[in-house]
Write a protein that binds this ligand. Structure first.
Ligand code: FE
Length: 353
């Protein structure tokens, strides 16, 4: 077994700190039917334990491969991978937002993997064009409204929220959110910087109130009638609806016109995974990501957080599926990373705080 260099005292280390060592378990009776394996995978992830632990446990049950993991925010995990270099125990990096995955790739923290399985399971727009990472779940950044206040017929596109008829009616999360940075970055990629800046200026002019700290606050403000329309990630609405099925807030899929007319579809982002640059067992790491990209793992992975499975063969949770089909913006999500710095500057110039 390779030494684990995880600093249990300073970061949240779960299985790495609590599992008995192989020596301690060597003579215990094997009650589990899991196949034996000498392989042990180490995952660094910014996803919370509640989401990943059931998946890792299931993988161990099926393959006998132990999965040890360390959770933290994405930036410190990337710092850690960088500092550990070739000594890292990590085999797999799992995080949210294509911007983070792009950043990890840019820092040389991930290695490209050639996998026909992943290329078949994960649509092209949801994975790195150079195969350093693959989306595993999809979050749609959608409009939300109270249909009794703002009929769906009044809504159309993100761009339309810049129109003066929405003055004093729009609720947004702050521009510090990577989700809004990614939305604006992909708008720059499609519409160009000038048009995008005009739109963002229009949004700012139409704000009902100061931007909110998180998407849940936007949903609450729409529900309370403080604003006619907001922009949020779909899973926050899923969570809010799970807690309060009578909640008077519904999604509206924007930008759903004909792609031939330049209507680009709903902005989506991913959570995803890659094999670390210095994994000494890249084949096992790749097989694990392949397992996450299909079947039951996809359903668990997406449904636990009310996201959409990245694999189109797998169904979303019933509540989420009930929101109906929508067409995604097919711009590669890695553009959100490439254009992120430009998006941040643009939002600043447009007065979006
Ligand atoms: Fe989130």
């Amino acid at each position: 077994m390779r030494p684990l260099l995880l600093g249990c005292a300073v970061v949240t280390v779960l299985a790495a700190c609590s599992s008995p060592s192989p020596d301690e378990t060597a003579n215990t009776e094997t009650a589990s039917p899991a196949p034996a394996s000498d392989v042990e995978l180490v995952v660094y992830t910014s996803r919370n334990e509640q989401l990943v632990k059931p998946l890792f446990d299931r993988y161990t049950e099926e393959t006998g491969i132990e999965v040890t993991y360390l959770t933290d925010q994405a930036p410190p995990l990337m710092e850690r991978l960088k500092a550990e270099g070739s000594r890292t125990p990590a085999d797999v990096f799992i995080t949210v937002d294509a911007g983070n995955l792009w950043q990890a790739t840019n820092l040389g923290l991930l290695q490209p993997i050639e996998s026909t399985t992943l290329q078949a399971n994960i649509p092209e727009n949801l994975r790195d064009p150079d195969n350093h990472w693959f989306g595993l779940s999809v979050r749609a950044r959608t409009l939300v409204h109270d249909p009794a206040v703002t009929p769906a017929a009044d809504l159309s596109t993100y761009e339309d929220l810049a129109d003066p008829r929405w003055r004093g009616k729009v609720c947004l999360r702050t521009s510090a959110s990577v989700y809004n940075q990614s939305l604006v970055a992909t708008m720059i990629g499609t519409l160009g910087p000038e048009r995008t800046e005009d739109i963002v200026r229009g949004w700012v002019a139409n704000l009902a109130t100061e931007p909110f700290a998180n998407d849940t606050a936007v949903i609450e403000a729409v529900g309370a009638g403080r604003c006619a329309v907001g922009i949020v990630n779909s899973y926050y609405l899923g969570r809010a609806k799970n807690e309060d099925p009578a909640l008077n807030v519904e999604p509206f899929w924007p930008n759903q016109g004909d792609v031939a007319d330049g209507i680009r579809g709903v902005h989506v982002n991913v959570s995803g995974a890659g094999v670390t640059a210095h994994s000494d067992q890249p084949e096992a790491a790749q097989a694990f990501i392949e397992w996450l990209s299909a079947g039951e793992a996809q359903a668990i992975y997406a449904n636990e957080n009310m996201e959409f499975p990245a694999n189109p063969q797998v169904a979303a949770a019933p509540l989420v599926a009930g929101w109906g089909e929508y067409r995604q913006d097919l711009i590669n999500v890695s553009e959100a990373g490439r254009l992120q710095a430009e998006a941040v500057k643009l939002m600043d110039r447009a007065g979006y705080r």
